[in-house]
Design a protein around this ligand. Structure first.
Ligand code: HEC
Ligand code: HEC
Length: 199
């Protein structure tokens, strides 16, 4: 009788331990990402928040930084150095983890709808970036967690052709085209609107 009771206890223990999710401690690499990629980061090379970006997008950015297709606008180009030591498998793992990080909202297009640049955003960018279906179909990242300064910097890189893609998808090609085709006035208005569209 006693030994049956012990067996039941053992079984219960095995069941419990196999269903309890034990959160893994952060690896050295993951901690290093967080030193630059949280909203509170105070480093000189502060990067954008990366949580909430699509996993495939994060992985592709790491590959592009490593191969030099994408060059950061920070003078030190820190992401080139960060990605150099990473294998493809490590990049995939870290992209899966990073996509699940929590973020704080930093851009809300509805908050500056009285500015002329809002019209530009609404007619040119909104369908791909600010609708769930649009993002799903086009693979566009959600811009909400990206800081206005970062967004504006990236737009300049797309406009002057310094952010490259190995073999651009039709949506990436369209993205580059719409940004390049904006008149000087529309581009300036768009940037002013982004800088004011804080949540
Ligand atoms: C020393 C600071 C620093 C560290 C450490 C760092 N990053 Fe970055 N990261 C940056 C900066 C700065 C940028 C923005 C570059 C630019 O302006 O294009 C960036 C950009 C990125 C982007 C592009 C984001 C986007 O919206 O397109 C991804 C993805 C990224 N980093 C992932 C990582 C991961 C994963 C790690 C950890 C393995 C990491 N970073 C470590 C500073 C850092
Ligand atoms: C046809 C769909 C489409 C349109 C239209 C479009 N984009 Fe994009 N955008 C994308 C895709 C796809 C990417 C991801 C590029 C990559 O893979 O690096 C992107 C990337 C970006 C990025 C970089 C995000 C990051 O995390 O670094 C910014 C900023 C951006 N878009 C802003 C805009 C703005 C502002 C407009 C309007 C002028 C616009 N986009 C129009 C599809 C689009």
């Amino acid at each position: 009788m006693g030994s049956r009771l012990i067996k039941h206890f053992c079984l219960l223990f095995v069941l419990l331990s196999s269903t309890t999710v034990i959160s893994e401690p952060l690896t050295h690499k993951q901690k290093s990402c967080l030193s630059c990629h949280t909203v509170n980061s105070r480093t000189a090379f502060r990067g954008p928040q990366i949580g909430g970006l699509p996993e495939a997008y994060i992985y592709q950015q790491l590959v592009d930084f490593k191969t030099g297709l994408r060059v950061g606008v920070d003078e030190q180009n820190v992401m080139a150095a960060v990605s150099q030591s990473m294998s493809e498998a490590q990049m995939k793992d870290i992209a899966e983890w990073a996509a699940g990080l929590e973020t704080t909202a930093m851009f809300d297009h509805s908050k500056a709808s009285d500015l002329p640049g809002f019209q530009v955003y609404e007619t040119t960018c909104l369908d791909c970036h600010s609708s769930f279906m649009g993002r799903l179909i086009t693979g566009s990242p959600n811009l909400e967690s990206l800081s206005p300064d970062y967004l504006v910097r990236q737009l300049h890189l797309f406009r002057n052709g310094s952010r490259h893609f190995k073999s651009p998808t039709k949506h990436q090609t369209k993205m580059m085209k719409v940004v390049k085709d904006l008149s000087e006035v529309d581009f300036a208005n768009l940037n002013a609107f982004i800088k004011s569209a804080m949540p």
